[in-house]
Design a protein around this ligand. Structure first.
Ligand SMILES: Nc1ncnc2c1ncn2[C@@H]1O[C@H](COP(=O)(O)OP(=O)(O)OP(=O)(O)O)[C@@H](O)[C@H]1O
Ligand SMILES: [Mg+2]
Length: 526
């Protein structure tokens, strides 16, 4: 069914200890571990696009062997199972070894076009990196990961994918808000798919332990397997590669801001070397535009990972990766000893430049502008301020903005993007002033209306996985009804297309969801 070529375990050293017990794993990139079987697996949903990427058809997906593999009950021929070893900076502090505590890789499938995909079960039981935790995942967080990674892909945002969502038939005990109220919840396993699940933290841990020879091997492996185009690029390989990682990360940040996504836990162990969105934990979608909003309750006081700070935090994370890579470069001259090597520093500056350029391109697109001038930055800044103060829904506003008649701008087309009538009235004059300036700018831009509207509709989604929508799918699934998961999966396949009869999936957050757990506050407990 699937063809495997498991380079990670073949080319990188593994742990020689075979017992599946929590421990520090040194001088190795992975540990062999077998998924822990589950009692009564059922395939709750799968992504037909990911299946197609893997050359799997509906019959394959419905087979007993596939269900056994996707639940961790039995491996398919060619699979090897292992957990990888990484560390990370969490909330700004070095946390030491973390590793795949509940994620178990199943090897690298190569499709008929020669594309390579790592398969990874999340929630498949404890590994040597599980510390004191159970290695499992609850259904609610698994639904959120499954739906959101597919939704992000269809929005055009780089991301790990999800092949399947399997209910385990077992319960998992979680204290959702860490307040001494543990309850048994249904468990699940998601099979994630990505060309590589390697994180910044994989490199950081080897550097922190002074395992520089292995660090060099992991870098060489990563370039050869995951960045083959760079093998023929001129220049010092490591610096060229780090620059590419910076560039991809910058593009990812611009995408997150464009669609209103807040990751929620941008620790360096949750940063993909390929610039993919990885680890859908306490993430959230911006409803009313608020740069300081964070969905993660653990982050509520520091707001380190709030919406607007994400690009800055990504840079901080890249700096930690640069620190890890620095020992592999030739020693800098004495005068620069404390400084990072010039190449790494230049790559970080490149991050700033690419991010700025990508942000401008993204928001020029959202506003329907063909080019971007410094004055547009001011125009956008003023819009953000009105949106924040008036609590305007980000997704609804930008989608509806295309409907504005720029010869006679009238805020009426934006009425549905307000959460509060009093704020709508209070900020009506500010919005009207802004719309007049914006309309003048568009008239100057001179693009025919149909072309502008079509272009805006390709970057301003009508449908995103609003927090309350995911929560509704979860509550129904916990009652045994997976219909909403399937409906959402279907709607979110075409986020930029108007879908008649699907208005319920684009409606802004209802009042009941404003402060409800799972809708505005998410916990890390998953
Ligand atoms: N239930 C669990 N059992 C074992 N380890 C866990 C569990 N939950 C989290 N961990 C581990 O704690 C660390 C930080 O967790 P974090 O929430 O970032 O990741 P995660 O949600 O498990 O997974 P991923 O980053 O793979 O999507 C990771 O090493 C992770 O494997
Ligand atoms: Mg994680």
């Amino acid at each position: 069914m699937l063809n495997f070529d498991n380079r990670f375990v073949r080319e990188l050293p593994g742990d020689t200890e075979l017992r599946n017990q929590p421990r520090q794993v040194c001088a190795a990139c992975w540990s062999p571990v077998t998924p822990t079987p589950v009692a009564a697996p059922t395939l709750l949903a799968h992504s037909r696009e990911v299946a197609a990427d893997l050359d799997l058809d509906d019959r394959d997906m419905a087979s007993a062997e596939m269900l056994a593999a996707l639940s961790g009950n039995r491996l398919l021929p060619g699979m090897v199972s292992y957990a990888s070893c990484y560390g990370g900076h969490q909330f700004g502090q070095w946390a030491g070894q973390l590793g795949d505590g509940r994620a178990i890789l199943l090897g690298e499938a190569v499709n008929r076009r020669g594309q390579r995909f790592e398969l990874q079960l999340k929630g498949a039981g404890p590994t040597p990196y599980a510390r004191r935790a159970d290695g499992r995942a609850v259904l609610r967080s698994s639904i959120r990961e499954f739906l959101c990674s597919e939704a992000m892909h269809h929005l055009g945002v780089p991301t790990t994918r999800a092949l399947s969502l399997v209910g385990s038939g077992e319960s998992v005990v979680r204290d959702m808000f860490y307040d001494g109220h543990p309850i048994a919840e249904p468990g699940a396993v998601v099979c994630r798919v990505a060309p590589s699940f390697t994180r910044f933290g994989h490199f950081e841990l080897l550097a922190a332990r002074g395992e520089h020879a292995l660090l060099q091997r992991l870098v060489d492996f990563t370039i050869a397997r995951d960045f083959p185009a760079l093998l023929v690029a001129p220049g010092e390989k490591l610096a060229v590669w780090f620059r590419e990682v910076c560039e991809r990360t910058a593009r990812l940040m611009a995408h997150w801001l464009r669609v209103g996504f807040v990751h929620g836990v941008m620790n360096t162990d949750n940063m993909s070397i390929l610039g993919l969105t990885i680890d859908y934990g306490p993430y959230g979608w911006v409803d009313n535009f608020d740069p300081a909003w964070t969905p993660n309750t653990t982050d509520a006081s520091s707001r380190r990972y709030c919406f607007a700070r994400q690009p800055e935090i990504a840079r901080w994370n890249l700096e930690r990766l640069a620190d890890a890579l620095a020992p592999l470069l030739p020693k800098p001259p004495m005068a620069e000893k404390a400084a990072r090597s010039a190449e790494l520093a230049a790559a970080l500056e490149h991050y700033d430049e690419v991010y700025s350029a990508e942000f401008c391109t993204a928001f020029a697109g959202k506003l329907g502008l063909r080019s971007w001038t410094p004055a547009d930055g001011e125009l956008l800044g003023e819009l953000f301020e009105v949106m924040r103060l008036a609590e305007i829904d980000m997704t609804e506003f930008f989608r509806q903005l295309a409907q504005l008649d720029i010869d006679q701008p009238d805020a009426e087309v934006l009425r549905e993007s307000f959460y509060r009538e009093d704020l709508r009235q209070r900020f009506a004059p500010d919005l009207a002033r802004w719309l007049a300036r914006y309309s003048a700018r568009l008239r100057h831009d001179g693009q025919p209306a149909e072309r502008r509207i079509a272009a805006m509709n390709q970057v301003n989604p009508r449908y995103v996985l609003r927090n309350y929508l995911a929560q509704q799918a979860i509550e129904r699934a916990e009652q045994g009804d997976t219909q909403t998961i399937h409906e959402l999966l279907e709607v979110l396949r075409r986020p930029y297309q108007e879908q008649p009869g699907r208005a319920e999936f684009s409606a802004r957050r209802p009042d009941w969801a404003r402060h409800k757990a799972g809708c505005s506050m998410l916990s890390c407990s998953s």
